[in-house]
Design a protein around this ligand. Structure first.
Ligand SMILES: Nc1ncnc2c1ncn2[C@@H]1O[C@H](COP(=O)(O)OP(=O)(O)O)[C@@H](O)[C@H]1O
Ligand SMILES: [Mg+2]
Ligand SMILES: [Zn+2]
Length: 457
């Protein structure tokens, strides 16, 4: 007999509690616990996991497993291939998360069209749009294809049957929050549903070597709804991000069983779809004012690719109350820490100053090597003294005001040189055992004070 039990599940992190709690003790979010019903079988029915072809999986000797690697499938979008670690690994489950309206459906529709152009069979399952809506969008994006099937459905049993009949090589599930597994009684979009739907998709992908792209919406906090559980289950997690008011979109891998993480793919959104951006540095620097104060350029390494980004700071006296610290595209904690170091180690009186920091172009940066550029921008704005427009900055700032070594310095310096920068400030320790090229002046600095003196005078 199946018993039905009620539990409260955090919709943010999946934490279970037998009773209602106002605040999730696991992730600290408020009002995220929702009542869900779970069936507990006193004697769980034993089901062999069968593949869609009806075969039962058996243990195999590792020596007998055919290790012939199926080659990765390259899409026409190189930026997507890069983020996936060189192309699609057949049979993988790929989650694409992002805010509503950012372009997840657009991207997957374009990829589906391209794959079907190359004679792969694609099934696009949509729980959000009707067939004619998808068709209208496809026409706008000029997506067609003979082997491209669109299927408005949310019931997992029907989807499974259709996959069995149609035998597609690629399946798109748009979105996981709209799908329903019939053996789970919780509401569509709840953690239990999402978990079960994903588990079923994983099984379909692995046992039949079908690649499945799953769209997942993101909550206002920036996490996937029912997020952590999902991230653990799938092979690859890509986030599609960007500012809705800008045309740039950034695809970032945060988990990849088949490649490195933090790779970036950069796209531009037009009415007729997403196009690739081949030289992102040029774009992020495009609107830079040459003689402004509070601006400096960092060479940030996102994944394996260096990108030059302008970091802007505006420091103004606090009018009343506590000093404000606001950061867009940068971590606020990092900014606060650097301001404290500037105050203590470089004698900048910042405690009565509001500071607004921004990584230009809607990009998000999160690596220690951006510290020095943040510090230089803040100091430049505070002292109302501009940096040289042809200077770039790379370095981590330590609590004693030291500039700490960063990874892949050669690549960063080469990118700055390529984009016409004349001088780059780097950690002095990075110069040990390395003679940089002569096309750009490389200045090694060991303290923040020294860097500010050399850059701003
Ligand atoms: N008819 C249209 N003409 C031009 N752009 C459109 C049109 N419809 C949607 N878009 C663009 O596509 C975006 C929606 O992308 P979509 O792929 O539906 O996002 P998601 O699936 O992530 O919610 C919108 O923000 C808009 O910029
Ligand atoms: Mg969509
Ligand atoms: Zn939680």
């Amino acid at each position: 007999m199946a018993k039905v039990r009620t539990q409260y599940v955090c919709q943010n992190c999946g934490y279970n509690s037998p009773r209602y709690l106002g605040r999730c003790p696991n992730c600290g979010e408020w009002n995220t616990l929702v009542e869900e019903q779970v069936e507990t079988n006193s004697a769980p029915a034993k089901k062999a996991t069968t593949t869609l072809t009806g075969l039962v999986a058996k243990p195999q000797k590792i020596n007998e497993i055919d290790s012939k690697q199926t080659p990765r499938v390259k899409t026409k979008l190189n930026e997507l291939n890069r983020v996936l670690g060189g192309g699609i690994v057949p049979g993988s489950l790929i989650l694409i998360g992002g805010d509503p309206g950012i372009g997840k459906s657009t991207l997957l529709l374009q990829v589906s069209g391209q794959l079907s152009d190359e004679h792969h069979r694609v099934l696009y399952v949509s729980g959000e749009e009707s067939g004619s809506q998808i068709k209208m969008r496809a026409e706008r994006l000029k997506v067609a294809g003979d082997d491209f099937y669109v299927y408005p459905e949310t019931n997992m049993d029907s989807i499974r049957d259709t996959i069995r009949e149609l035998k597609p090589e690629y399946v798109v599930i748009d979105s996981v929050q709209t799908m329903q597994a019939t053996d789970v009684s919780s509401a569509i979009g709840s953690v239990s549903q999402i978990r079960e739907v994903t588990a079923q998709l994983m099984q379909i992908a692995k046992s039949n070597n079908i690649t499945i792209f799953v769209v997942g919406h993101v909550t206002k906090g920036g996490a996937l709804a029912g997020p952590k559980i999902l991230e653990h289950m799938v092979d690859t997690v890509l986030y599609f991000e960007g500012d809705l008011h800008h045309t740039y979109r950034i695809l970032r891998s945060v988990k990849n069983r088949f490649g490195s993480t933090n790779e970036l793919g950069i796209f531009e959104m037009h009415t007729n779809g997403l196009t690739e951006v081949k030289n992102p540095s040029e774009i992020f620097l495009e609107e830079r004012l040459q003689d402004a104060t509070g601006s400096s350029v960092v060479v940030s390494l996102e994944g394996t690719r260096p990108i030059l980004v302008e970091i802007q700071a505006l420091v103004t006296p606090t009018v009343y109350g506590n000093a404000q610290r606001t950061a867009t595209g940068l971590s606020r904690n990092r900014v606060s820490l650097i301001m404290a170091v500037l105050e203590k180690r470089a004698n900048l009186m910042l405690q009565n100053q509001d500071a607004y920091l921004k990584a230009a172009g809607g990009v998000k940066l999160d690596e220690p090597a951006i510290d020095l550029a943040i510090a230089v921008s803040i100091a430049s704005s505070y002292r109302d003294k501009g940096t040289q427009p042809t200077d770039a900055f790379v370095g981590e700032v330590g609590l004693t005001g030291e500039i700490r070594r960063v990874n892949r310095i050669e690549q960063r310096v080469a990118e700055a040189e390529k984009l016409g920068f004349k001088r780059i400030f780097i950690p002095k320790n990075n110069l040990k055992g390395w003679t940089p090229s002569t096309g750009i002046q490389v200045v090694g600095v060991s303290t923040l004070k020294e860097a500010l003196y050399l850059a701003l005078g």
